[in-house]
Design a protein around this ligand. Structure first.
Ligand SMILES: [Zn+2]
Length: 134
């Protein structure tokens, strides 16, 4: 029996020659684990940086329309149906309507809305709240 207090490894509980509360094998194990976590975190960060501001498709194309999605300001519903208001669209005060707006035919409404939502989602991915965390 020795008088000196042997320290228990706080990881495995074995009494050993502990360095900062960890035996040598646990110390190596934890070091390797930390290295893996760091690499994983770095990988995720790089992935996030790569994704930032990148969109899969920036142009909506159909048989009757080709619309650069970045030019769109908003979509408006009015008596004529759906109108795409772009940065080139101006309000005509004389005729009380949009000038140069893009009329969206009903049959491609769903397809266009899907493309538009996907585009915005990809663009705003970093600032969107993750609802799965709530
Ligand atoms: Zn240990």
């Amino acid at each position: 029996m020795s008088d000196t207090i042997t320290q228990e490894c706080k990881c495995c509980g074995n009494e050993d020659d502990c360095i900062e509360g960890l035996c040598q094998s646990c110390s190596i194990y934890n070091y390797e684990l930390q290295k893996k976590v760091d690499l994983l975190t770095l990988g995720l960060l790089q992935e996030k940086t790569k994704k930032k501001g990148k969109v899969t498709e920036s142009i909506f194309t159909s048989d009757v329309l080709v619309v650069p999605l970045a030019d769109i300001q908003h979509i408006e519903k009015n008596q004529y149906g759906l109108m795409i208001i772009t940065k080139h669209t101006k309000w005509n005060f004389e005729h009380d309507t949009w000038e140069n707006a893009i009329f969206l035919p009903d049959r491609i409404k769903a397809e266009f809305t899907k493309a538009w939502c996907r585009y915005r989602q990809e663009l705003e991915i970093d600032t969107l709240k993750d609802l799965t965390e709530i």
